[in-house]
Every structure is written in structure tokens, then in C-alpha cells.
Ligand binder design. Sequence first.
Ligand code: MN
Length: 363
Amino acid sequence: MINMNIGRRPFLQSAAAVVASGLAATAAADERTARTQPRGYRLIPCEEAFTLPEILAEARRVANNIPSMSSGPIVGPLVPLLLDLGADRLARMDAAGIDMQVLSLGSPGVQNFDTATAISLARLANDRLAETVRAHPGRYAGLATFAPQDPAAAAKELERAVQQLGLKGALVNSHTDSVYLDEPRYRPIFEALQALDVPLYIHPREPGRTLGGPALALPGFTIGWGYGVETGTHALRLIASGLFDEFPRLKIVLGHMGETIPFVLQRIDDRYRFERSLFPGGSLKRLPGDYFRENFWVTTSGMNFAAPLHATIATLGIERVLFAIDYPFEDQAIAVRSFDSIPLSDDARRRICDTNVAQLFKL
Ligand code: MN
């Protein structure tokens, strides 16, 4: 366990490994020296991305037809980091004090591909991810990918990925061809997830056609606002569809501190009551917030800041909050430093960074 008893020698060895691997990690190494107290708990961020050459090649092939970040200017410089699942990634984790990453295929995964290609590349990604976890069992865990394009095949792949490959849940990148998972044809996916008792992480991607209109096309605001609107709306559509009345033991994870939902949850419940009193019929068994508190977990990816974390803990309870970074789109050392600077009890830190993550994903 790398975070225990960090002495001078392990630090020097770790730093030497980073330099030897040819990575510029000076800032991370500075962070490492600054933290002299052992944590006494693990750091297990759970929204950490990778990709495969085969996925990247197909993403680039279809990019002429479908705009996607995976072939765009934001991801370009990060491609070597996304492709690396070996010594360099581990050295970077060491330098930032990360014990273990819960890995998932980078957005938009296989969701822009034709159905047959998506099914076959999802299998490949899950096989490769399982191999990676087997090679470094203490350092990586994995979330499966699947092709929503074929819900029945997706359910079968989820069963294979969890039962045979040992992956700990699944991740989907919001909409597929601008369609959301609340549509009835996707119910087999949720049936499988509930039966397997594993969580589904709903990860952002560029807003779909229905949400990506001119109003959201503000240069510089696409990720910071547009992605959250996209993914938060997706989550609320699942609630509104009655999904959690049908599958009450489903576990859904949202990144980026719940994609803004915790901050408006009381208002959503209040105005839901008001609207249903004006336009009754077809309503849910319970209030939207009841499902959100019972079926959802949120992570701190890209949001390791004090004010939103404290508001989220107050709204959902600390047991619903998990640590995440969003590597390589966020800098690990900066995220850890930012989280460390938030006023929290040691018990709260341990739960968010270690035990909550370990319990939900059964690590
Ligand atoms: Mn991410």
C-alpha cells in the first residue's frame, strides 16, 4: 500500500521511476514531498479513463460523420496517457499518491459505432480491461463497456463482463445517437444490472442533438456546463420514466458532483409536487429526490472543491459521495491537492476516498 509511511527513500525511488519513464512529473513530485503524513486510507478515484488503439482507429474513421471528442483537439494530446495501462500510468499514480484507479473506456466509448462494430469492440475493451486488472490486481479495477445500440446483446455482455471477467460495474457515455436510456427498449440493460447487483456510471459526452442546439453552443462552456446539462437531464429522464419503481435496487453513479442535481434537488421535489397538483396523472410512486437519494451515488470528478462537496454531503449524506479525478482529463496531483485542502474530518476523507468506493464497487 503505497500511501503508508512515505519515507524519503520510497519517494526518491518513485520520483526516479517517473523521470526514467520520460514523463514530466515535477509538479506531482513536489506534491508528494509536501505531504509528509501517511494518510491511513487509500485513494481510489473511480472515473479514470483509458482507450485502446482499435477503439481510437474506429473513432477516427467515423469522425467525419459524427463529431466526437475522442478524435478532437481536446483529447489529442492526452491520447498517449489514455492508451497507457502499464508502467507509466502506475508511475504517475504513485507520484500523485493514487493507490488504485477504477478504470473505464473513455467517452464516447463504442456509442458512435455501427451496431456490429460496437458489440465487438465492447467485448475487446472488456477483455483488455480484465487483462489489465489481472496484471495489477491491487492497482486497477474496471467498469465494463457495452453497446446500447443492441440492448439484448448489451445485457449479455454485462453478464459476461461481471460474472466471467470480474469487472465491477458498467459505464455508459450518456446518449447513444441522441437517444436516452429511459426508452422502454433499453430495459433489458437495467434488468441485467439489477440482477448482477452492480452500478452503472452515467458519464458525460458532448450533448446530443436534442440538447446540443445553438443555445448550448457557447465556446468554452461545452464541458463545464453543456456536459452537465446533458448528463443530469439523462439521469432525471431515468427517474421520470419510472425506472426505479420497476427496478428499485438499481445503483446509478453520476460524476461531477452529481451533474448539478444535488444543488437543485429540493427545488425539483417542490416544483414536481406543484406541477403534479396542476397536471395529475402518470406520476411516480415517490418524489424524484427519494429515488435520487436511494438509487444514486455521486463522485467528485472534476469537482474536488469545498463548497459543492459540503452541499452534496448535506443533501445526500456522506455515504453517497465517492472520490474521482477524471484522469487524464484532470491532473491527478492537482485534484488530490484540491481534495486535501477541503475541510473534512479524517473519517469523512476515509469514507469518500476509500470505503465508499470499495463498498459500492465491491473491491
Ligand atoms: Mn470522465
